[in-house]
Design a protein around this ligand. Structure first.
Ligand code: UDP
Length: 329
């Protein structure tokens, strides 16, 4: 019996694969390497280069390796790109997910774990966002993910098939053993950018907006360490195997940090001032995005181990230093 991980050569997927192989699980990674890197994949996993939306390929893998669970990380994640080219996002996210779910149902795979996102929520709220709130994503990216949640919901009703959709908040940090981390050359995420600035690879950090209605005027996010996120997936896997019903859960810590908090944390970690430039808001950024994280704790028994901004920033910075030393991004 094995676990199929799509997007297992990507940032979060590669951490998941290490967690599974460290635990002695039998893992098949399927990744088309469009953004992932082969070198990030655990040697203890089988690697297959290909598309998660290739039904014939996936049904073949299910049969060959006795796949019992699919963890679906593969997809496109850059919000502004999704605005510029929505069809690409509906193809890579929604259409691929439809094919993958079809392969799962055809192949008799009963358990499915899906990477969803906090951007599926409607509106802006300073209060933590609960799973019971209305959805209403504004970007094609968020819509492409929400449509996948809907497909999963319908399929769980219609077939012998169950899923957990995890709505990620702001994921950061890297593997404690330095085996993998955020490697995308085009990364735009705050903690990754701040790490690049701290290493002098980027001249300064732009602060996107200082006039938000937050305590210090900058955007507030719920940053979660990738290792805690991966642990939520591992628990979701056990939950589904034990017969737990289909569920949607937030993955965040339930409290936020501002852009200035992140800058201050980086300065503590490196012991040096971080060059910053205050600028206008980035289009589409809400002031707050903080999880109501009770459900994942209650249902999965999740207990985060890295709920500490300095720890997350230190871990992201350490990975960036490694990338630096080997000349990657
Ligand atoms: N941000 C910033 N400068 C950057 C990148 C991000 O000020 O170079 C801010 C952004 O406006 C938001 C927060 O940092 O308030 C987190 O942004 P990120 O892109 O990391 O994640 P998002 O919440 O957009 O998914």
């Amino acid at each position: 019996m094995s676990i199929l991980v799509t997007g297992g050569a990507g940032y979060i997927g590669s951490h998941m694969v290490y967690a599974l192989t460290d635990a002695g699980r039998d893992v098949v990674v399927l990744d088309n390497l469009s953004t992932g890197a082969r070198g990030l994949v655990s040697d203890a996993a089988r690697f297959v280069e290909g598309d998660a939306g290739n039904v014939a390929l996936v049904t073949g893998l299910i049969a060959k390796h006795g796949v019992e669970t699919i963890i679906h990380f593969a997809g496109s994640i850059v919000v502004p790109d999704s605005v510029a080219d929505p069809l690409a996002y509906y193809a890579n996210n929604t259409v691929v997910a439809r094919s993958l779910i079809e392969a799962a149902v055809k192949g008799g795979v009963k358990n499915f774990i899906f990477s969803s996102t906090a951007t599926v929520y409607a509106g802006e709220s300073a209060d933590p966002l609960s799973e019971t709130l209305p959805t209403g994503p504004v970007s094609p990216y968020g819509r492409s993910k929400l449509m996948t949640e809907w497909m999963l919901e319908d399929c769980a009703r219609a077939y012998d098939f169950r899923y957990v959709a995890l709505r990620y908040f702001n994921v950061a940090g890297a593997d404690a053993k330095g085996r993998t981390g955020q490697s995308s050359p085009r990364a735009t995420h705050l903690i990754k950018r701040a790490s690049q600035v701290a290493l002098g690879r980027v001249a300064h950090l732009d602060i996107f907006g200082t006039d938000y209605p937050t305590a210090d005027g900058t955007g507030v996010r719920d940053y979660i360490h990738v290792s805690d996120l991966v642990d939520a997936h591992a628990r979701a896997l056990d939950y589904l195997r034990e017969g737990g019903p289909a569920a949607v859960m937030n993955c965040g810590y339930g409290h936020g940090a501002s852009v200035r908090d992140v800058i201050a944390s980086m300065e503590r970690v490196t012991g040096r001032p971080l060059p910053v430039k205050e600028g206008p808001r980035r289009a589409g950024d809400p002031p707050w995005l903080v999880a109501d994280a009770r459900k994942v704790r209650d249902v999965l028994g999740w207990r985060p181990q890295h709920d500490d901004l300095d720890k997350i920033v230190r871990s992201a910075y350490a990975w960036e230093q490694r990338l630096n030393s080997v000349g990657h991004n």
